[in-house]
Design a binder for this molecule. Sequence first.
Ligand code: SF4
Length: 257
Amino acid sequence: MTYSIPDEGLAVGHIAELFDGIQGEGVFAGYHHAFIRFAGCSLGCRYCDTEYAQVRDRPLLILRSGRTVVKQIANPVDDTIIARELESLLDTTTSINAISITGGEPLEQPRFLRAVLKSIETFELPVLLETNGVEFENLDQVLDLIDLISADIKLPSTSGRDDLWERHEAFLNAARYKQVAIKMAVDESTQPEEIERAARIIRATTDEAPVFLQPVTDAAGAITISYRHIMDLCDVCAVFNSDVRVMPQIHKILGSP
Ligand code: SF4
């Protein structure tokens, strides 16, 4: 089974949002980032906090701090539009220190993603790729333009998918020579066996990548896992991985969606 959507081969594609805000996850958490959120994702996870970005048929929203919409642009767009809007965003802020490419799933539009990455090289900022960690076939098209990859491992308990283990392993193998961080969303239903299986894959495929256990936040903003349970999961992961961290999504604690 393949999860990739055929790419058009042109430097046009679908973007859901371009905005700035506090990076709420992973090794860059707490920094002010510019975000380019690609539209479209075919995984359909049970837990998804960006369902609006799973589809490609909405306009691109340009937002500013506080998530105020300042402009809408019809999709598809070309990479020069993204570079222009990003330049405008960077001109109005001083503390943005990196660009996060997120989604949706950016690697479902690999040629367009490459075009966007080439267009934004001029800003000379580190680029973080946030990905669901399954599109291994497309990763090599952009590896040279990415500084850090934040890859998910989708656990069956929180994603509803039990068919992605081999794709995650292939992805981490493909990313082996880049700086990688791993994220796993966990809740009270997450089983130690899932964590162990993921931890073994991470140990076999990465050079001691940091592993972030990320408690799922519900629609009301509440953490959906007990402190005791996440500590137990942390213990399981730490048997196989030397750098395990528990980190809630801090942008949500700060009031961002
Ligand atoms: S991979 Fe991410 S964007 Fe896609 S459905 Fe899952 S959580 Fe949502």
